[in-house]
Design a protein around this ligand. Structure first.
Ligand code: ZN
Length: 357
């Protein structure tokens, strides 16, 4: 995909709002982007499937996965003073939540601006100023003064989705994006780009993309998607937390701008070593920088796909600095390298290659 188009796509995907189960705007954008690349269907869970035009049902099925949701919040209750209590949707560290600007979707589908409020320092005791607030002390304030106002004027209800209000910037000079939700809109961008680039390519496998919902609440979309696709092999695109600001040099395994990361291990998957080796060799032959990682925690859709019927599965991730916070960095070059690697792999796959994994 041309750089200009890719930059625009990544920015659009970062900006669109979609916590788990509320991915409608993400899937709409994705479907527009991949229109004409294959047969597109969407289920009630907001999983989107794209089947390559040339699929004939006679060849190994390769699933490409990315998840469409982002971490956010949901309104839990409306307080008499018009503040909104909320829960986390996906994993947040409490320290990154207070004082953020957010958008709350009301019952008409309008996105209302709000602030995650906390007690002003003026009203805090010296002890309170030095400690983190507790989750249930944080509220969302949209400017209302009574609960009735929230219901009648703002039209906000319990169950309303909430996202960080962040607009993606791209710096041409540094090649970096600063925005929200790169976990996993950068994977979504990779999925769309791969489909577009390979739309007219004849392959030796049947290619089916699954844009899965609800990964951030436990890979729920992927569980449904894999049962429909029944893959023989899978490639997962992810935005993985970058570790170059928190680890010593020798432990950096997902550094910003150092190339896509292929994970060998996390708490949910031990990557098929034969497929992993095959992918790393292709990267080397083509001069594509990669990073490998052995994680002590974490998990992603690949585990669900792998466990369904044992399909060898690799995870190609773009490092995301400050994943699961409102403001993140990613590098364009990591995206471009991940895309090139995935396409090289897909074009070389056939039944014989897969049988050796
Ligand atoms: Zn995530």
């Amino acid at each position: 995909m041309e750089k200009k188009n890719a930059v625009e796509l990544i920015q659009k995907l970062s900006n669109v709002y979609g916590i788990s189960a509320f991915e409608d705007d993400v899937t709409r954008l994705f479907r527009e982007e991949v229109a004409g690349t294959g047969k597109i269907t969407e289920d009630h869970m907001r999983n989107v499937f794209v089947e390559h035009h040339h699929n004939n049902g006679q060849r190994p099925v390769v699933e490409l996965d990315a998840h469409s949701d982002e971490v956010g919040f949901m309104v839990r209750a409306i307080k008499p003073n018009g503040q909104l209590m909320f829960v986390q949707v996906g994993g947040w560290a409490l320290v990154t939540i207070p004082a953020q600007k957010v958008k709350v979707r009301n019952r008409n589908g309008e996105w209302i601006s709000g602030i995650i409020s906390s007690t002003p320092p003026h009203f805090m005791t010296p002890e309170e100023r030095t400690r983190l607030p507790k989750m249930d002390e944080l509220k969302i304030d949209v400017g209302a003064t009574t609960a009735q106002e929230i219901i009648d004027d703002y039209q906000i209800e319990i169950g309303a989705p909430v996202v960080p209000d962040v607009t993606c910037e791209y710096n041409e000079h540094t090649g970096l994006f600063l925005g929200k939700a790169f976990d996993n809109r950068i994977g979504t961008a990779l999925l769309a780009s791969t489909l577009k680039d390979l739309a007219q390519t004849s392959l030796d496998i049947d290619l089916i993309a699954g844009l899965s919902s609800q990964e951030e609440v436990g890979d729920r979309g992927a569980e449904v998607v894999v049962r429909k696709i029944k893959p023989d092999l899978a490639i997962v695109f992810e935005g993985a937390p970058a570790d170059d600001t928190v680890m010593p040099d020798y432990l950096i395994q997902a550094g910003l701008g150092r190339g896509p990361m292929l994970r060998d291990f996390d708490s949910t998957i031990v990557t098929n070593p034969h497929f992993q080796r095959y992918a790393l060799d292709i990267a080397k032959e083509n001069g594509i920088h990669t990073q490998r990682s052995v994680r002590t925690g974490g998990g992603q859709d690949g585990a669900i796909i792998n466990r369904y019927n044992g399909a060898p599965t690799i995870v190609i991730s773009v490092p995301v600095r400050y994943a699961h916070t409102p403001y993140c960095f990613i590098a364009y070059q990591d995206y471009a390298d991940a895309l090139q690697l995935a396409e090289k792999i897909i074009c070389q796959l056939n039944a014989e290659v897969i049988s050796k994994f």
